[in-house]
Design a protein around this ligand. Structure first.
Ligand code: NAP
Length: 291
């Protein structure tokens, strides 16, 4: 069985790493801020002091950190993975980052004999916990085949989308689509409440019809209560929309709904709500509606 390393034990990474342990993989883990590996060590993981140390013990290394510069730091920083990984190591980046930077990172690793695939995920913190994530993969066919068992231990649907970067481009499409769904569910629920309807009854009535969605099922409760525990941080979705809007500019595409969601999220971040779950888009619609 491949020895696996895991860098980034945040909301997603800690849960994904736990599923690799449950699948039987020998696992070395690392997190920038110490103190997050405890529950994984209890499940059998070994904590490493740096990405360099972690990758020296691994055949496959999974990364799940916040943003493009963070992946670059884990890979190429002074104690980075590139300095520890042996030739033939496979890097699987599950973070959501820029497709073009992904291609550049993969090229730099290739010069050292290290392969990389991009495998961003969707399905929320619940999907990470239950191992039911949707995973969109970019990379060479042989590398994707080699990484498949590790990905299948963390997700239910694993799809090879094309060369390196294609997974990240697909994830950008996912984030564009969920911008619209979150905004539409928020608008519908604020309308329901201000029109004097029972919002829980509305959700229940609509859930079997054409308005059904993951957001309606899993996030409407937070919007009704006006409490937004994580989940997925507004600031991280805002980061993803910057990636999508950049891709749209390069492709010559107009994304008005995505642009609106990005502007509303700028406002949420400016008002100190960047660490709220992204269902806090309902906060913006509530305020615009005088609620
Ligand atoms: P999170 O809870 O904020 O965790 C972020 C992780 O990245 C932490 O372990 C953090 O370490 C690490 N990190 C950040 N900057 C770093 C750096 N420069 N060097 C090393 N480590 C660094 O975020 P998350 O929700 O797990 O999201 C992780 C990735 O998955 C993001 O790209 C996000 O867009 C994506 N994603 C999230 C969700 C979701 O529902 N949460 C769903 C799909 C995809 P520290 O502990 O030291 O801060």
């Amino acid at each position: 069985m491949d020895r696996v390393g895991f860098a980034g034990l945040g909301t997603m990474g800690a849960a994904m790493a736990a599923n690799l342990l449950r699948a039987g993989y020998p696992l070395h883990v690392w997190n920038r801020t110490p103190g997050k590996a405890g529950p994984l060590v209890d499940l059998g993981a070994v904590e490493a002091a740096s990405p360099r140390e972690m990758s020296a013990e691994a055949d496959i290394v999974v990364i799940c950190v916040s943003d493009t510069p963070d992946v670059e730091a884990v890979l190429f920083g002074p104690d980075g993975l590139a300095h520890g990984a042996r030739e033939g190591t496979l890097v699987i980046d599950c973070s959501t980052i820029s497709p073009s930077a992904t291609r550049e990172f993969a090229g730099r690793l290739r010069e050292r004999g290290v392969a990389m695939i991009d495998a961003p995920v969707s399905g929320g913190s619940e999907g990470a916990i239950h191992g039911t994530l949707t995973i969109m993969v970019g990379g060479e066919k042989d590398d994707v085949t080699r990484g498949h068992a590790v990905l299948a231990a963390m997700g239910r649907t694993v799809t090879h989308m094309g060369p390196v970067g294609a997974g990240q481009a697909t994830k950008a499409v996912n984030q564009v689509i969920i911008s619209g769904t979150y905004l539409a569910v928020a608008e519908g629920l604020v309308l329901a409440m201000k029109a004097g309807l029972d919002p829980d009854a509305v959700v229940s009535a609509l859930s079997g019809g054409a308005a059904q969605s993951w957001v309606l099922t899993n996030r409407s409760g937070r919007m009704v209560e006006n409490r937004y525990p994580l989940g997925f941080k507004v600031s991280l979705h805002r980061k993803d929309l910057a990636i999508a809007l950049d891709l749209a500019r390069q492709a010559g595409v107009s994304l008005p709904v995505t642009g609106l969601a990005a502007q509303l999220e700028n406002g949420l971040v400016a008002n100190g709500h960047g660490d709220d779950d992204m269902s806090a888009l309902a906060r913006s619609i509530r305020e615009l509606s005088g609620m």
